[in-house]
Design a protein around this ligand. Structure first.
Ligand code: C2E
Ligand code: MG
Ligand code: MG
Length: 713
């Protein structure tokens, strides 16, 4: 027999030490000799106190303890040793002369590992000590390995559990209890795990545990924990079933792992990949996925849906004048308004509370996309578009300034306008550009007619660059007539593009492109220069004097040193400033800035006339009429068009003329086509008119003839 367990790698390397406690010296010697003969080291004590002292100083691996001692008895010594949890597993062999049952029981209760009756059989004692040491070493190894496991589980945030299905008894490791947020201790059932989980995930968990073994013997899934704390926590639950020999589900053993960090990282990545960080709206990728899904749904259910493309009008201008920071805030505000606006859209038939029937996304820049699923009829999309435009029209405060935004919206419908995602996107885009081309601030459905016109857009842009380089632009002049005398008192200069492939193009086809590309600046300068030169040529030819109106684009006004350009052109051409009139859009005038006032003041100072073009179509605030040094306004064609049939337009036109008169502003009515319109305007004391009733825009030679002749009334 070998007591030295040092060949076992987990055991101490030196021989085990036995503490022998007996008041009988002979007995101590006998036992000590026997154990040393077997390779053990020994120390011994003759009474209880000595035993306790020696126990502390020598730290024995096993203790042989006589029950009857002179001072403290063996029970007391044993009890005191066991008091320290460190000594919980130390093998203590109690040696007793009293072998009645009560004593044996008491020995075990006070913590003896085993007992042995006197008289001691030395051979049996040696054997007993050997096995006790062996068992003790195994126990130490087990405890250590359990500790290591617990530590590993803590680090991995991994707990394990076992469920005795038949008895519904659940064992949870310490870490499992911790992860699930339960109290330590107490008896448990599988419901403890289920109720630790988030209410909405409980059915999933219960279902998985109930069904395990029917098909698979293994389950694994992620779920949320009950949100008792503010932070959302996620766990991964895994379990494997075992069967008893009657084939019944007997036990389920599994793990629970805290995977919150992984989940949060996943969420963050998903957010970055699918959402726009400025507005929090879905980005292009997510929108495209939703669109794809809803096309599939529409195909299955035969329902209709609409795709709206929204583009903010003149956003570039805000970015350029107020800075990117203000631009960003404007976009965020627009996103917020769109979200609140679509949330209470009632035209979309809601089925079973299905969320996501409306998706608002920001694919990029100043563009927004809106997906309306399951609409009842195509006109529902227009209702939404109108509502959006109404909501956006309220001014936004940016850096203490009231900024007005309008939007252009293009609409395409599934299945009418395209059977796949590519067609729907393309057609919504074409519809949007149609709106942009036709005065912005509106909405339009896609139609095949738009398509034909837009195919050549690309051509137009490249043609525009070429035209600027090669002087392929040309000017037309439309007379402005004094309503009483019929004399031509002015001309509006209107540009045309002589496109290499497409022929003569009207400004609607290329001005917005010029604005988007910045080409509007050289283009505007070209128009002004050539207009002035033409004027001077007419003057030199001795034609009657008149004033010449030139259109100014908002972008051009803000992008260039506009005032200086005009000044230089006047000097270069010799054009008399008081004969030049600049047609400004309302959007130029909406800006309250001091620099705008300075630019306009400087132009006015030179004697240039300033008038507001397309009056009434832009913004409702008329404050600017008093703030800026203006000379007149042009009532937009859209108001004149339906006069005198449309009583609203009649009232509006009357009001504009009356207001202009009180502000001492000249009124030009544009788009006059009929005798009735002319008659109406004359009776309301409008002074100047322009329109096809007199002449369309004409070339320079034709205009010279009209100028000389006038229009007899
Ligand atoms: P606008 O300044 O409102 O010019 C008037 C437009 O109405 C012109 O169209 C003119 O041909 C049209 N018009 C005039 N009388 C009548 C009428 O009785 N009936 C109808 N149906 N139309 C009439 P045009 O030449 O196509 O110009 C469209 C717009 O393009 C202009 O609107 C102006 O905003 C812009 N534009 C034209 N030339 C220039 C330019 O040189 N620079 C800039 N920045 N914009 C320009
Ligand atoms: Mg004009
Ligand atoms: Mg106009």
């Amino acid at each position: 027999m070998n007591f030295n367990l040092s060949d076992d790698q987990d055991a101490p390397s030196s021989a085990s030490l036995a503490l022998i406690v007996d008041d009988d010296q002979v007995m101590r010697l006998l036992i000590s000799e026997a154990l040393e003969a077997e390779g053990l080291r020994t120390v011994s004590a003759g009474n209880g106190r000595e035993a306790l002292e020696l126990f502390i100083s020598a730290q024995p691996d096993i203790m042989l303890l006589d029950l009857v001692l002179p001072d403290l008895d063996g029970f007391e010594v044993c009890r005191r040793i066991r008091e320290d949890p460190e000594n919980e597993h130390l093998p203590i062999l109690m040696i007793t002369g009293l072998d009645d049952l009560a004593t044996v029981n008491r020995a075990y209760l006070t913590g003896a590992t085993d007992f042995m009756p006197k008289p001691v059989n030395i051979i049996i004692l040696s054997q007993r000590v050997h096995y006790m040491l062996q068992a003790s070493h195994s126990l130490v190894r087990l405890t250590e390995s359990e500790k290591r496991l617990a530590n590993a589980q803590r680090i991995a945030k991994l707990g394990h559990w076992e469920w005795d299905i038949i008895a519904d008894r659940l064992y949870l490791s310490r870490e499992a209890v911790h992860i699930l947020g339960l109290e330590q201790g107490g008896s448990r059932t599988i419901e403890d795990i289920v109720t630790a989980v988030h209410v909405q995930d409980r059915e999933t968990v219960r279902g998985a545990f109930d069904r395990i073994g029917e098909k698979d013997t293994f389950v694994g899934f992620d779920c949320r924990l009950d949100a008792s704390s503010l932070d959302e926590r996620f766990v991964h639950l895994q379990g494997e079933v075992t069967f008893d020999n009657q084939g019944r589900r007997a036990a389920l053993a599994g793990t629970v792992q805290d995977v919150t960090e992984r989940k949060l990282a996943e969420q963050q990545i998903r957010y970055l990949a699918y959402f726009d960080s400025l507005t929090g709206l879905p980005n292009r990728r997510l929108f495209t996925e939703r669109l794809q899904e809803s096309i599939a749904r529409c195909r299955r259910t035969g329902s209709q849906m609409a795709l709206l493309f929204l583009d903010l009008d003149r956003f570039k201008r805000i970015n350029d004048t107020l800075g990117h920071h203000a631009g960003d805030r404007l976009l965020a505000e627009v996103a917020r308004r769109l979200n609140t606006c679509v949330r209470d859209i009632d035209v979309v038939a809601r089925e079973n509370d299905d969320e996501g029937l409306v998706t608002v996304a920001r694919p990029g820049g100043d563009e927004f996309s809106i997906l309306l699923q399951n609409i009842a009829r195509p006109t529902d999309a227009a209702k939404v578009a109108r509502r959006i435009q109404q909501v956006l029209r309220k001014p936004v405060m940016l850096d203490g300034q009231r900024v007005f935004v309008t939007a252009s919206i293009g609409i395409s419908l599934f299945p009418d306008d395209g059977n796949d995602i590519g067609d729907l996107l393309k057609n919504a885009d074409l519809a949007l550009y149609h709106v942009k081309d036709h005065g912005k601030d509106g909405y339009h459905y896609y139609s095949a007619a738009i398509n034909d016109g837009a195919v050549s857009e690309f051509h137009v842009e490249s043609g525009l660059r070429q035209a600027l380089e090669e002087d392929l632009l040309c000017l037309m002049f439309q007379p402005q007539v004094d309503i009483d005398s019929g004399a031509v008192v002015g001309a509006e200069v209107l540009v045309r593009l002589n496109h290499p492939d497409l022929g003569i193009l009207p400004p609607d086809r290329f001005i917005h492109l010029a604005e988007d590309t910045g080409l509007i600046v050289p283009l505007g300068e070209w128009v002004l220069r050539h207009g002035c030169r033409q004027y001077m040529a007419w003057r030199a030819a001795g034609l009657p004097d008149f004033r010449m109106a030139v259109n100014v684009s908002t972008v051009q006004f803000h992008r260039s040193e506009f005032g200086n350009t005009v000044g230089r052109t006047l000097v270069a051409t010799g054009m008399p400033p008081e004969r030049l009139e600049l047609e400004l859009t309302e959007s130029i005038l909406m800006d309250d800035s001091a620099s705008l006032l300075a630019t306009l003041g400087a132009l006015k100072q030179r004697g240039i006339r300033l008038i507001v073009d397309d009056f009434g179509t832009g913004y409702s605030s008329l404050r600017y009429l008093k703030v800026f040094p203006l000379d007149g306004l042009k009532i937009d064609r859209s108001f004149i068009m339906d006069i005198p049939q449309d009583i609203d337009d009649v009232a509006l036109t009357e009001a504009i003329i009356a207001m202009a008169r009180s502000l001492r502003l000249e009124v030009v009515a544009e788009g006059v086509e009929t005798a009735e319109q002319l008659d109406f305007l004359r009776r309301r004391a409008c002074t100047t008119v322009q329109g096809f009733r007199f002449s369309p825009p004409v070339d320079a030679d034709t205009f010279a003839n009209l100028l000389a002749r006038g229009f007899p009334v």
